[in-house]
Each structure stands twice: as C-alpha cells, then as structure tokens.
Design a binder for this molecule. Sequence first.
Ligand code: XIL
Length: 594
Amino acid sequence: MLAFVSLVAGLLLSADPLDSLPPGTSVLTERPLESMRASVQESFGTIERHNVDDGPDQEVIRADVVKRPQKPYDVQIRFPTDRTVAKGEVLLVRFSARAVARSPETDEAVLTVVFEQAGPPHRKSLSRTLEIPKDWQRFDLPFRADETLEIGRAQLGFQLGYDPQTIEIGGIQLLSFGPEMDLASLPTTRSTYEGQSPDAAWRAAAAQRIEEHRKGDLIVTVLDPSGSPVPGAQVEINMLRHAFAWGSAVTAELLTADTDDARKYRETVAKLFNRVVFENDLKWPNWERTEQRQTLMDATVWLEDAGIEIRGHCLVWPSWRYLPKEVASLADNPAALRERVNGHVTEEASALRGRLAEWDVINEPYTNHDLMDVLGNEAMVEWFRLARQADPEVRLFINDYGILSARGRDAAHQDHYERTIRFLLEQQAPLEGIGLQSHFGDDLTPPPRLVQVLDRFAQFGLPLLITEHDINIADEALQAEYTRDFLTAVFSHPAVAGVLTWGFWEGRHWRPQGAYFRRDWSVRPAGQVWLDLVHDQWWTRDSGATDASGQRKIRGFLGRYEVTATAEGRSVRDTVTITREGSRLTLTLAEPSR
Ligand code: XIL
C-alpha cells in the first residue's frame, strides 16, 4: 500500500514535464552561494543571504533595492563558472524567485539573468529580463553558448538594479547538456507582458481610438452626363496607399543589385512599405565613401519611381566612434571641429535636398554626446538650423532609443530625451518630429505603458515616429503576439505618424532573428502579423450600389483610394484621398457613345 502511494505520488510529481530534466552536468561550484559575488553600492540597497522556510532552498539570496541606479548591473550577483563552457554547448539556467516587495510606483518587480563573459565587453549568450511574481516561481532558461570560455572566464549574473524592490532568489542551477541536446526539448519559461491576454482592457480603447483617429468618411456621388444623381450605380472603392507611414530600413545595395535575392527584396519593399530609411548608407562615414554614391542615387531613383518616401538617417551621431575617424583628431580644436561638423551637415543635406521626406539631424544624444561635450549643447541647435537652410522642405527629427523599449521604464533616458527636446524647442531649433527607435529584447513593454509614454512625448505637439522597430527574441509566437500588440498600440495613438521596422529580411538584418522574412524568404509569424494588419485589417475595400440620392458613403482608413463607378455599361474612375475631416468625390458618367 505504501509502495503504491509513493508510486502514485511519484507519477504525480513527474507529471509536471518541467520537473524531469535529462541528466546534465553542473557548470557552477557545488554550493553556488559560497562562490557568489555580490556588488551593490550602499546607496542603492543591499544583497544578503537569508533563511526562509517555504523557498526552494533553506538559504536564499535577498536583494533589497532602495534606489534605482543608472544600470541594472549596478545591483548584481554573479556566479563564476567552475568548468570550461564550449561553444555550441546547450545550457539551462534554473532558479526560483519571488518578489517580497514590488516598486510602489510601477507595481513591478524585475530582474535580468545573463550568461556572459566575466570581464569586458561582457558578451552574452543569454540575457532575459523577467517579471518576478509575489509567490515563488521557478524559471527555466535554456540557451546555447556562443563561444568557448575557460573556467572562471564566464559567469551567471542576476541584475537587479531596477525601481525599488525586494526580490529573493534560490535554487540556482546552471546545467550543461552538451552540444547534441535539442534546445527545444528543454523546459522554457516564456516571457510575458501585462496586457497580453485577449480580453485585456487596453484593446477596446485602442480599437476605438483607431476608429476615431485613423479613419475618415468618404461620400462618392455618381452623376449622369446631365448632372442628375444615378441611384443603383455600382461603386468599387479600393485603397491604394496608407496615409500613415509603414516602413522599413533598407540598403541601397539590395535596392539596386541584380540577384534573385535583390529582386525579391525590391518586390517585398514595393509591396509592404510606403516609406523607407537607409540603414547605413547615409551615415556620415558611409556618405564620405563617395564611390558608393552612384548606388545610393540609383536606389533613391528606384524608390521615387515606386512612390516610396525616404527618411534620412542620420546627419550627426555625435560619438567619435560613429564619426569619420579623423574627426576625433579635432577634439582639442573646438573651432575646427565645429566647422568640420557644420560643413558636413550643410554638404550632405544640400546634396540630398528635395529627395528626402525626413532627416534625423541628431541620433541618440543620451549615450552619444562627444560632440556636445566639446562644442556645447548649442551646437545641436546649429545643426538643425543648417539642415533647414540646406533643405527647406525636409522634416527635421531627433531620434533616440530606450524610450518605448525596456518595459518603458528607463526613466533616466526618457527624462534626458524630454529635456533635450524642450531645450531645442526653447532655442527655436526647427525640430519637427520625434523619433522613437523601439528596439526590443524580451523586456517587452506592456501596451498600456506604451500609450503612457507616447502621451508624454506627444505633449510637444510634434509628430512621433517609430523609427527602428524590431523584436530580437527566439520565441516566434511571442514575437508575433507582441508585434500585433505593439503595432496596435502605436497605430491607435493620435500623435504617431508611422512605424518603420529596422530591416525585414534575415539575409540583411542587424538582429537576424528579428526579421519578418527568413533567409529563404518564408514569412515568420511576426511578418504575417504586419501583412494581416497593415494590408488587410487596416486596409479598406468596399463595393456596392449608390443609394436613392446617387451616393455611396463609407468610412475608410486614411489614405489614397481609387474609385470606380459603373452604370448602364459605362464606367468612370478617379482617385481621392480620405482625410480625417472627411472627403467627397463626384464621378460623372460619360455620354453613351453612339
Ligand atoms: C545599426 C545598423 O543596423 C548596423 O548595420 C550597423 O552596423 C550599426 O548601426 N540605432 C541606430 C541605428 O540609430 O543607426 C543602428 O543601426 C541601430 C541602433
């Protein structure tokens, strides 16, 4: 009887597939807590070993953050490896955690788990940011080692430097299963975000805003040659183009090359996008490689012919590392430096005058400020003025990352962006748009939070543009879900003028797993979401007969349309733009030919 009970209990326990791991070897010391290294400055909080009676182990680690530091790793615990990890080895981090106290402001508790080099540049094979619940939860994070790291040269790290919170962590394991193990067969804790559920409250509000802000009324009136309304005329209304910018980063090379991939690339650009941005071609060092100018000009001609607008990225990316090499040699000569940078702004903006819809005048001023450190913040105002002089029509933008991404919680980055924008406007720089890059890892920002942050930057009354969206995660289902929710949230916000993804093809993408199309051009689920939303759900087609007064009334997504009316065997066709204020189109049938 006892044997039976314990057999059943055993079955019940192993019924949780997550519990039964294949045999692995530990990569950490036998008792990890003994080799743990904690780093935290006193002003940010404390990290202690702590006894609990309901945890995964009797002794766990308790991190108490009282003040948010600059970087998550400013509050960190690390476990050095106790054996060499070889490139390609499949590993699993397993631990349990609970949030004893959450941030009073955000009601969140968050940590980032990394497996990385133990010294600079801390290259990572794993980085996951996780929300920690109130009760103990076990996390399983499988990954593959990107490189071979000798014993002690790699570490498992827990970064806790977020908003004030108290988190306990225990049961920490790092196991290796060798290179042959199938990653997908190991248990995985999926990332989640608030507002993910199909009935989350934000969805109805967003749908309503889309209906209100992204659509307009169209009244089509069909007249006969004498000017009398024609009831019962057949009217086809087909959208040709979104008013909203839907775009991608592209490369001049693939827009002009004569290969199968390049042809497919162009076909996809023409089908999916109405605006593009050159990923690298217009950056200052690339621009100076004049032998590439012809390719670039050919690409812009192809885009113009395809009716696709181009945004320019970027005139000044103000770190030495992103500037032509010799610019740094002027660091001690502010006058010469100023002249060199100003000359560049004028030269490049003039050369492309009339060809671009937008220019990022300044890119990433929060992290990249070497030029401002030498020339003062007034230099930024000057760049804007010079760009305006060189190209009077182009819309001038500032662009930065870390505003909507990273759970929308990088307050230091957000505050700095707001201050910089305010400064530019106060100085009367001709700033006309605010770029929000929106590169995501797995620290997905809850959609309601996206809307809050958009509200904050909408206060300036300038258009907001999502300039560099991508989601660099392996979980394709989650990637697709968040693509849908991200696009929905930003499309619903009245201040947002467009979304550009930072590349679309795995064969040419800075974060290949973020691409909508795989190397072989098969579409990933996230790419399918783009197609479904942008070209179907948010695309208007209508067909029907005019009413007794000879009219057909519809509400359609803002943009350009082609309308065809047919009656008594005669057809007439015209184009019209649906605007928010509402639009009218009158189609007059021709005299019947005799
Ligand atoms: C990246 C490109 O995608 C890479 O090909 C290049 O090697 C480095 O720059 N923020 C930006 C972009 O503003 O210019 C960066 O583009 C990605 C991050």
